[in-house]
Design a protein around this ligand. Structure first.
Ligand SMILES: Nc1nc2c(ncn2[C@@H]2O[C@H](COP(=O)(O)OP(=O)(O)OP(=O)(O)O)[C@@H](O)[C@H]2O)c(=O)[nH]1
Ligand SMILES: [Mg+2]
Ligand SMILES: [Zn+2]
Ligand SMILES: [Zn+2]
Length: 396
């Protein structure tokens, strides 16, 4: 069977030859020029923001980098997803394409985490790893910088709850980036690219039935999952939080155990008959807002430190964080979480992060001391090291 490719925007998969093309609407050598129009498919699948003023789409051999438009006979390099009609990244199918779904309960800190993570990769982590991160398309670049990065880092403002994906209007598209890494080889430095797609779900998407189908596709199509769990939503941990921590309301909130059970159910469902087998998608189980619990940790706890900035994924350091979080889970009545992961996943790893580095102010702003992230990049680096896109160092 031909290799399947998964679209980083809609997470549907298809064979390379099914990829369609879009005319670039330039004056062709034949002297013709196609009109720009609205794309109905894109409209329906991805919302109306992007569907205006586009060249007509057509079928051709999607395994090739270019095709001739049947109307104007001009050559185009725009390749689009056969399902949602989003423009595919240059070299799609030729470079690594890794889809990372991020899930978690309402108010668990997903939007803050994603924003800080991407910012860190562009700056500190980027430097250590010789890595770069670029928005793959205009909407991603615009949305990431204005809606997320500027809001948090420049204006110091937190986010309102993320829109649910089930309402087609204003729905949240994945943010798609190209992650580049200079890897040293026998022949010198060789650039290596990975396409990363982040889907920031709204917390309620995991408690309502309508959006389950969409989320199932995102989860089952993902190559790696970042599951963000909020200790402040665990009855056994909540009371230990540093005084002054804004606690998420408990009404209608899901405990981390419920969220994990639901996600696991979604991942197991399409594999009926094989459900005895474990899930092999690597899952990073990330506890957020750890700044609220630092005072409970020993001074020597690895959770106080940053990961070693050596340009590799340090396996030993990661395993000591893993064990430390597992210990904390015991105190937080989280043993069922641990058992569920052990029974259903072949590859899971615990992480503890703080995106903000301290509590926000009561009026939902970043503290005056600014954002001081701890260990936010570890989960992504672990996933990338599992994919072979980032080098590992040490035992493991
Ligand atoms: N102390 C502390 N609080 C945090 C941190 N990250 C997020 N928070 C708090 O958690 C709240 C919710 O964060 P969001 O990132 O908006 O949560 P979300 O998971 O995207 O929520 P929905 O979009 O509603 O699903 C923030 O407004 C902060 O009060 C952190 O690193 N430390
Ligand atoms: Mg959000
Ligand atoms: Zn044309
Ligand atoms: Zn698509």
């Amino acid at each position: 069977m031909a290799r399947r490719h998964t679209c980083p925007y809609c997470y549907e998969s298809f064979a390379a030859r099914e990829i369609r093309f879009r005319c670039n609407t330039r004056l062709s050598p034949a002297g013709k020029k196609c009109d720009r129009r609205r794309d109905q498919v894109l409209d329906e699948r991805m919302g109306q923001r992007r569907s205006h003023d586009l060249g007509p789409d057509f079928a051709a051999d999607g395994r090739r980098p270019t095709a001739l438009c049947p109307d104007c006979k001009g050559e185009t390099t725009y390749r689009i997803c056969p399902v949602c009609h989003s423009e595919l990244p240059v070299q799609f199918g030729m470079v690594d394409n890794r889809l990372i779904a991020m899930v978690g309960a309402k108010a668990s800190g997903k939007t803050v985490y994603m924003t800080v993570l991407l910012h860190e990769i562009r700056h500190r982590v980027g430097e250590a790893f010789g890595a770069s991160l670029m928005g793959l398309d205009d909407p991603t670049m615009r949305r990431f910088s204005t809606d997320y990065e500027d809001r948090l880092f420049r204006d110091g403002q937190l986010f309102p709850g993320t829109q649910t994906a089930s309402t087609n209007l204003n729905r949240v598209d994945p943010l798609v980036f190209r992650f580049g890494l200079r890897r040293r080889t026998l022949f010198g430095h060789r650039p290596q690219h990975t396409v990363l797609s982040f889907f920031d779900t709204a917390g309620e998407d995991f408690s309502s039935r309508e959006s389950v189908e969409l989320n199932t596709r995102y989860l089952t199509g993902a190559d790696g999952i970042i599951l963000l769990l909020d200790p402040l939503q665990m009855p056994g941990a909540r009371d230990g939080a540093v005084p002054g921590t804004p606690l998420p309301g408990t009404e209608g909130l899901d405990t981390p155990m419920n969220v994990l059970s639901r996600v696991t159910g979604l991942l197991l469902a399409p594999r009926s008959g094989r459900s005895a087998q474990k899930i092999d998608t690597p899952i990073a189980v990330v506890f957020s807002k750890l700044d609220a619990f630092w005072h409970l940790l020993e001074n020597s706890s690895p959770l106080h430190d940053h990961a070693p900035p050596r340009g590799r994924f340090e396996v030993g350091d990661s395993l000591s964080v893993h064990e430390e979080v597992r210990r904390l889970l015991k105190d937080w009545d989280g043993v069922p979480v641990d058992n569920l992961l052990e029974n259903h996943y072949t590859r899971y790893r615990y992480f503890g992060v703080s995106a903000l580095g301290r509590n926000p102010t009561p009026d939902a702003r970043v503290a005056a001391t600014g954002i001081q992230p701890y260990r936010v990049a570890d989960p992504l680096l672990w996933l990338l090291s599992e994919f072979g896109s980032v080098p590992k160092a040490g035992r493991g």
